[in-house]
Write a protein that binds this ligand. Structure first.
Ligand code: NAD
Length: 384
């Protein structure tokens, strides 16, 4: 069976869906691994390293994809509407495509996979059950994003993070406030603590208070009977009363902060707006906000995808896109491992062919299209 990995062509994407280590694993499973030349350049993974691990390097993307039984991608393929080639058209009928396909946000493209007879699996839809932890691309990438967000904040902050007692005087430690203590937020807390900051954090799921405190940060939460815990461990939309009380609490907290990292997300919805223009106006000049939710609408007023915005009162709002991609080498290595962990149980060890159990909870959760039809329940009605 041939497994192809093309170069990622979407803007701001330097990750790649395979690492040399994972080429070895895949060849061990019985795959012939074909990699487009230069696919790993942005992640410091060379063609020579892939070749040494047992892959074949090809110059022609169309030839690599056209021959492939399985295609590994980071982001969803180009569909000809974007600048660039139509990568869906390059794949053969019956091919299996595995990647972060963002199917809920790209429903037309889901129909195109079905029309092309491509069976697709969206890694971000893998259920977050214990058995699937090693396949969890949301966690592997969010963890790196939380870490990098703090470093990005430091890079823009004109002062030091830790307390420093010097002969010339004492520097006070930075105050860091993390909003949303999921995977990215908890790593942001840990990173800011390691750098010596005084850290506090908030979330709508009260059960995270203990996790925040165990990392040495202060929990700041709305006193309420209402819990933000929704299905699958994710947050849900809060009531208007809760939102008002949360806004008052954030307003009181944020004006004392030097650095704010916002990570709040509700699956399938726009990011909750947590920092208003009034709150920004109350902040100190030189303070920095990193909005990790900027690509899904932003947690912070005035944040702009791909930009660093400076407010009239001197607050910097950092809105980098694709923050895991800013650590492309580690992000790619972990992502590739997630994909290999996903495909391993789908390969029959005797025949070395794919043998997909469509009744399996993980397969059902991630499966988007199969045999020309849209099969995921969240997409099916519209796709048929
Ligand atoms: P996420 O990216 O969807 O959201 C980030 C955080 O924002 C969450 O903690 C959420 O509660 C918070 N949030 C949402 N709305 C908010 C608001 N209005 N104000 C403040 N905070 C708000 O979440 P995630 O990081 O992907 O993880 C969510 C949960 O899933 C976590 O508890 C995590 O531990 C759990 N998880 C479980 C597994 C597993 O069991 N395999 C794997 C990964 C994550």
């Amino acid at each position: 069976m041939k497994l192809a990995v093309p170069r990622e062509r979407r803007p701001d994407e330097s990750r790649v869906a395979i690492s040399p280590d994972m080429v070895k694993k895949l060849t061990g499973l019985g795959f012939d691994v074909i990699i487009e030349a230069g696919a790993g350049t942005g992640a410091n993974m060379t063609d020579a390293a892939y070749e040494a691990a047992g892959a074949t390097i090809v110059a022609d993307e169309a030839a690599a994809l056209g021959d492939a039984d399985v295609v590994f991608k980071v982001q969803r393929p180009l569909s000809g509407d974007d600048d660039g080639p139509d990568e869906i058209a390059m794949m053969k009928k019956g091919a299996v495509l595995i990647g972060s396909l963002a199917p809920l946000q790209n429903r037309e493209q889901v129909k195109a996979y079905a029309a092309a007879g491509i069976d697709t699996f969206a890694m971000e839809m893998v259920p977050r059950i214990t058995r699937a932890q090693s396949m969890d691309v949301l966690s592997s990438q969010a963890n790196l994003a939380g870490y990098k967000a703090v470093l990005d904040a430091c890079a823009h902050y004109g002062r030091a993070m830790p307390m420093m007692m010097t002969a010339a005087g004492t520097i006070a430690p930075a105050r860091v406030f993390v909003m949303g203590a999921g995977v990215a937020g908890l790593q942001a807390i840990a990173t800011a603590r390691r750098l010596g900051a005084i850290v506090s954090a908030t979330d709508v799921r009260p059960e995270v208070a203990e996790q925040i405190q165990s990392l040495g940060a202060k929990y700041i939460g709305v006193e309420s009977e209402e819990s933000g815990a929704g299905a699958g461990g994710y947050a849900k939309e809060m009531s208007d009363d809760y939102k008002q009380r949360q806004a008052a609490l954030i307003a009181e907290t944020i004006k004392k902060q030097d650095i704010v990292i916002t990570t709040a997300a509700i699956p399938g919805r726009a990011a909750p707006r947590l920092v208003s223009e009034e709150m920004l106006a109350s902040m100190k000049p030189g303070s920095v906000i990193v909005d990790l939710a900027v690509e899904t609408g932003g947690n912070c007023a005035l944040s702009k995808p791909g930009e660093v915005v400076r407010t009239d009162n001197g607050v910097l709002i950092v809105g980098y896109r694709n923050v895991p991609g800013r650590l492309a080498e580690d992000a790619s290595a972990l992502y590739a491992r997630n994909l290999v962990n996903f495909i391993t149980p789908l390969v029959d060890s005797e025949t070395k062919a794919l043998k997909i159990d469509w009744e399996d909870e993980i397969v059902k959760g991630a499966g988007i299209t199969r045999d020309g039809a849209v099969v995921h329940p969240m997409l099916q009605e519209e796709g048929k």
